[in-house]
Ligand binder design. Structure first.
Ligand SMILES: Cc1ncc(COP(=O)(O)O)c(C=O)c1O
Length: 409
């Protein structure tokens, strides 16, 4: 591995012209500062090359979208075909209808669909639809959950005024009794409960939703409010092709998708049940690029390829291979780790690693070996990861574990 001098030089240039260098979750200071790449030159399948020429087997999938892998031939062919006809027009292309029909066919609780660009577009829209439909104000969400950059929910409070949050109440994810108590006392004011299908915020072990918690949602959410909104932006198509609600046995009124929909092209969707069709149509939802046809083509191709190749089953299989391998290696070096979340979206922490020193050391060593994990954010496995890629990964992580154990063991 050849160091990160080009990356660091670019980041220094970026700092001069962009606040913070790189805004948001892609800022390399959230990785292992100085010991991780900052900029990527190119990517193919499950691998990428940084600007210093270092190559990595990737476990972040661009923070989720690359479910089929980078530069996927079928998706790129669909993109090129649409590009030849044009991308953005005065009016939508026919693909707009094709994708809406596809979403309605695929998602059992979808009777209609709208499209935006980012996950935040879809979740913010869902919240407004819920308020329009119920005539109620309050949104109930889990403490620490990430639902995008809407001022009602963004994690940073910089520039946020109290009024932005005045109609937002919070509960602890999986605290069935706490959620029930909140719904019993404040449910009548609530337009919606917004949940992610499992707990997957940064700096935290992931937690699958408990049955008792899901039961509270099943019992409390109804057409007149509070509605149930599933924010499936991150996990959509990584638990179930019908949406994570299918995996959980929930019947949401509104579901939001984005990341894995278009294998890297900007597309998001909010889908909903019949009862909300009219309110959904009344909410003003638009953007200069919302109808761009290339991402619609990418999304249709991505979904078709996922279904045709049963890609999700493969991702679960290789994700499980990775999980078992990491657990065995941790055991061999005598370090206790937590590997949480579904096999398609795993996350690893070291037990008792309150200052994250062990996981940042492990990740820094993994970068040196050519494997890209994130120390604080859940990881993603793609359909491009083969069993051989996982085996190669495990040869490299063995060294990362051994060196971490040498320092902390
Ligand atoms: C669960 C969830 N909701 C919403 C969002 C916001 O999506 P976007 O960054 O595309 O606006 C994200 C992004 O990571 C997410 O994970």
């Amino acid at each position: 591995m050849g160091g990160f001098s080009e990356s660091m030089a670019l980041f220094e240039r970026a700092r001069k012209v962009v606040p913070g260098g790189i805004p948001g979750h892609q800022n390399p200071m959230l990785l292992v500062p100085g010991q991780s790449p900052c900029f990527i030159e190119r990517a193919e399948g499950c691998r990428f090359r940084d600007v210093d020429g270092n190559e990595y087997i990737d476990y972040m999938c661009a923070y989720g979208p690359m479910i089929l892998g980078y530069n996927h031939p079928k998706v790129e062919a669909a993109v090129r075909a649409q590009m030849a006809k044009g991308n953005l027009f005065n009016l939508p292309s026919p693909l707009w209808v094709d994708l809406a029909e596809r979403m309605v066919d695929l998602i059992p609780t979808a009777d209609w669909a709208v499209f935006g660009k980012n996950g935040s577009d879809a979740v913010n829209y869902a919240v407004v639809v819920a308020r329009a439909h119920t005539g109620r104000k309050t949104i109930i969400m889990a403490e620490g959950a990430y639902h995008g950059i809407g001022s009602w929910c963004t994690p940073s409070t910089a520039g946020i005024i109290p009024e932005d949050r005045a109609a937002v109440l919070r509960f602890e994810y999986n605290d069935a009794a706490g959620l029930k108590a909140l719904l019993d006392t404040r449910g009548d004011d609530a337009a919606a409960v917004v949940i992610t299908p499992f707990r997957h915020e940064m700096f935290h072990d992931q937690e699958m939703a408990h049955e008792a918690f899901l039961d509270v949602l099943r019992g409390a959410c109804r057409d007149e409010g509070p509605l149930l909104i599933i924010d499936d932006v991150r996990a959509g198509f990584r638990l179930h092709m019908g949406g994570s609600a299918e995996y959980l046995g929930l019947k949401p009124h509104l579901s939001c998708f984005s990341k894995a929909m278009g294998n890297g092209y900007p597309i998001s969707s909010c889908v909903g049940v019949e009862a909300l069709r009219e309110s959904a149509g009344q909410v003003f939802f638009t953007g200069s690029f919302f109808t761009s046809a290339v991402p619609l083509a990418a999304s249709l191709a991505t979904i078709e390829e996922m279904l045709k190749t049963r890609a999700l089953e493969h991702i679960f299989r290789v994700g499980d291979q990775l999980r078992q391998g990491l657990l065995n290696q941790a055991r061999e070096v005598g370090m206790a780790i937590n590997l949480t979340g579904p096999a398609t979206i795993p996350f690893m922490t070291f037990a008792g690693d309150d200052d994250f020193a062990r996981i940042t050391t492990f990740c820094a060593r993994a970068y040196q070996e050519g494997v890209f994990f994130h120390p604080y954010h859940n990881w993603f496995v793609s359909a491009a990861h083969t069993e051989a890629d996982i085996e190669e990964t495990l040869v490299k992580t063995k060294k990362a574990f051994e060196e971490t154990a040498e320092i902390f063991g």
